[in-house]
Design a protein around this ligand. Structure first.
Ligand code: C2E
Ligand code: MG
Ligand code: MG
Length: 682
């Protein structure tokens, strides 16, 4: 458990405070016990004096040094062991030592002592002080320790005056054995100290427990905070920043001899559609389930991260070859491809996987991520719900794409883009009703680049807005010069609806060119309606109110084209050329085309058939009641200058090109959303 410096400080203060307190307490107790010992020694000495005075009648002679009578010797010998006294020394009033009790043992005269208390020239000032103080009626005690006398470990030498009838005879130094007393005091002290230590330990224990609990709470809070900071709240996977850190550390550890690792970038296919059609809660649920599935695919020690949106990444340790990683990539693709049960519906929302191997494809973490991303891009391009390993060719392709994007940006301003116009005919195949504007790019180095190649690129890079506007304005300007019965169809990309100004841009293109709105037709594809439907429908309605016609292009190729027919009053549907192409080959196609025409007509929607290349296709479409024909058989796209307008009718728009009857069928407000969904549901 990591303690912050503030915690350490508090703890140190506590310990210091308690230690200082204990130290002072010990000092006080020590001083008190010393005082007790001194006072007890003084009392003993006083009692000794009180018993010596009456029992030793010749005491004065002893002090004056005039000799020791046998009775005095006897009495003094007796007094040698009174209470805890084991020795005494008598000094006369000047401080000269006159008797030491130890010398009474032998039956011989007392020796002459050199010792004295504060006598002579060089007398110790302290001893002089002691003597004077005692002679004046005070007392003095010295605590001593005698290691050479076992059993008398601690004793006191107490000095008191000996006085009879108010006359000071001299002073006595009484040695009092206090070993027992000290032992008793020590026992008491130990008991007090022990109790105090116990109390202190309990107090410290309680404080420590509280402290530990607080730290634990703090740690839990910190851990929780760290978890929140490191994980994606929705899916519980690692978030982007901790993923970056993980990748950095894995690369660093590898450089230090750590395990090999690989990176997988994963993107859910059609997640946006699920989110848009079933709502964000359903989208969130898909993300949660996807994360669980990823977790169940990887091994202990591998990591799953959510990089944002529907993008996941997995860092896998211990494998660094395609052979070893392929089964895992397959497992992930398979797991993600399973049906998701959300919001009471079963949704398919598989995933694509791009793999890059550290040390093989890149060493730098950022570069590795870029390569796994490239591989993912390839997997998506390969038809989704699949996986792809990074290879060097991807870099070249990417480089080529970058160059093409750069060229495309320049193409508009340098006049490399042109518009070709393909004629549209009424079902009689003779009456020209208008043209579809089709973009052409004449690349200075690569020559003609087909729109199928550069339009997706323009969409991905956002250049389509600039190009789309150029097409719109150019087509309107061109068409304004055509006979009034002819329309011009312009293809719009979904991205052009993303901004909020499409209606205004169309209005400006019409106003600037002077083209009547009824002569402009905008072609959209189903993919546009799969996302952000309400906003798109709003824009389409506004365009429709303006008088512009709306056609659904490539009808029949999407997931649920029919559902969109219901939700927006299209003026026209354009049957995709794949149907036209198969008309002669497959009887079922003829039935489908027939059904589309019937359905559209019942909703009063006109039908165009694209890609008419043969007379038999044309005959079948004419028989089926198709309203408009377009294809190489009737006319290829060509530059504006080549248009002859052969077959156009004089006057206004060809009758039936826009019918009021169909409008009244829907009214101006489209019907409510159909129950259920319109996305890729199984
Ligand atoms: P689309 O809108 O479905 O255009 C019709 C495509 O079919 C054109 O291809 C046209 O040349 C081709 N086509 C016409 N008749 C026949 C036929 O009889 N047989 C065959 N095999 N093809 C036929 P193109 O010009 O290559 O355009 C391809 C797609 O590029 C267009 O499909 C459209 O989605 C997109 N596109 C073209 N111009 C633009 C544009 O200005 N803006 C946008 N956003 N997309 C455009
Ligand atoms: Mg088109
Ligand atoms: Mg088409």
């Amino acid at each position: 458990m990591e303690m912050r410096s503030a915690d350490w400080k508090t703890f140190a203060w506590w310990v210091t405070g308690i230690s200082v307190g204990a130290f002072f307490l010990a000092l006080v107790l020590r001083a008190e016990s010393q005082r007790q010992l001194e006072s007890s020694a003084t009392d003993t000495a006083s009692r000794w004096t009180q018993s010596a005075l009456p029992s030793v009648p010749d005491l004065e002679q002893v002090f004056t040094g005039s000799g020791l009578t046998p009775s005095a010797r006897e009495q003094l010998l007796r007094l040698r062991k009174v209470d805890d006294v084991f020795r005494f020394k008598l000094y006369d009033r000047s401080g000269r030592l006159v008797l030491v009790s130890d010398d009474l043992v032998a039956d011989r005269p007392l020796p002459r002592y050199d010792q004295s208390l504060g006598i002579g020239q060089g007398a110790d000032a302290q001893q002089v002080g002691i003597r004077d103080k005692v002679l004046a009626g005070g007392s003095h005690v010295e605590l001593r320790r005698h290691s050479d006398q076992p059993g008398l470990g601690v004793f006191s030498e107490a000095y008191v005056a000996v006085q009879r009838d108010g006359v000071v005879l001299g002073l006595v130094n009484v040695s009092v054995d206090q070993t027992r007393q000290v032992a008793t005091a020590r026992g008491a002290l130990l008991r007090i100290g022990g109790t105090l230590a116990l109390l202190l330990a309990v107090a410290l224990g309680v404080a420590g427990l509280q402290f530990w609990r607080r730290l634990r709470r703090q740690r839990l809070a910190v851990n929780r905070g760290q978890y929140i900071a490191n994980h994606d709240a929705l899916s519980g996977a690692l978030n982007r920043s901790s993923f970056n850190e993980l990748l950095r550390q894995a690369a660093w550890r590898r450089a230090e001899g750590g395990p090999v690792f690989a990176l997988m970038c994963i993107d859910l296919d059609y997640f946006k559609e699920v989110n848009d059609s079933l709502g964000h809660d359903a989208g969130d649920e898909v993300l949660r389930v996807a994360r669980q599935r990823l977790n169940s695919c990887v091994r202990e020690g591998d990591h799953v991260a959510r990089l944002g949106g529907d993008e996941f990444a997995v860092v896998l340790f211990g494998s660094s070859t395609e052979a070893a990683l392929t089964p895992l990539a397959q497992r992930i693709v398979h797991a993600l491809a399973q049906v998701y049960d959300v919001a009471g519906q079963q949704v398919r929302c598989g995933g694509s996987v791009g793999v890059a191997i550290h040390g093989v494809d890149a060493v730098d973490p950022d570069e590795l991520l870029g390569k796994a991303d490239l591989a993912l891009y390839r997997a998506k391009a390969n038809g989704r719900a699949t996986f792809s390993f990074y290879d060097v060719a991807m870099d070249r392709q990417m480089q080529a794409r970058r160059e093409l994007t750069r060229d495309l940006r320049e193409a508009v301003s340098t006049g490399q883009l042109t518009l070709h116009y393909q004629p549209l005919f009424a079902s009689d195949a003779r009456t020209l009703t208008g043209y579809e504007a089709l973009l052409r790019w004449n690349h200075p180095a690569r020559g003609e680049i087909p729109p199928a190649e550069f339009i997706p690129l323009a969409e991905e890079t956002g250049v389509i807005n600039q190009i789309g506007l150029w097409v719109l304005r150019g087509a309107c300007r061109e068409a304004a010069g055509w006979p009034a019965s002819l329309t011009v169809a312009v293809n719009l990309s979904a991205l052009q609806f993303a901004g909020n100004n499409l209606v205004q841009l169309v209005a400006e293109a019409l106003a600037d060119s002077g083209l009547a709105p009824q002569r402009l037709e905008l072609e959209i594809t189903e993919s546009l309606l799969m996302s952000n439907t309400d906003q798109v429908l709003g824009v389409l309605r506004a365009l429709s109110r303006m008088g512009v016609t709306i056609a659904m292009d490539d009808f029949g190729t999407g997931y649920s084209s029919l559902a969109y027919l219901w939700r927006f009053p299209f003026d026209k549907v354009k049957i995709d050329r794949a149907f036209t192409h198969n008309l002669g080959h497959d009887e079922k196609v003829a039935l489908i085309v027939q059904s589309i025409i019937s359905l559209a007509h019942s909703l009063d929607i006109r039908v165009n058939a694209e890609g008419v290349e043969t007379a038999s296709q044309m005959a079948a479409l004419q028989d089926g009641g198709c309203d408009e024909l377009q294809g190489f058989l009737l006319g290829r796209p060509g530059p504006a200058a080549s248009l002859t307008h052969l077959g156009h009718v004089d006057g206004d728009l060809v009758p039936g090109q826009r019918t009021e009857a169909r409008r009244s069928l829907f009214g101006t407000i489209p019907p409510p959303l159909p129950p259920g969904r319109t996305g890729p549901i199984v």
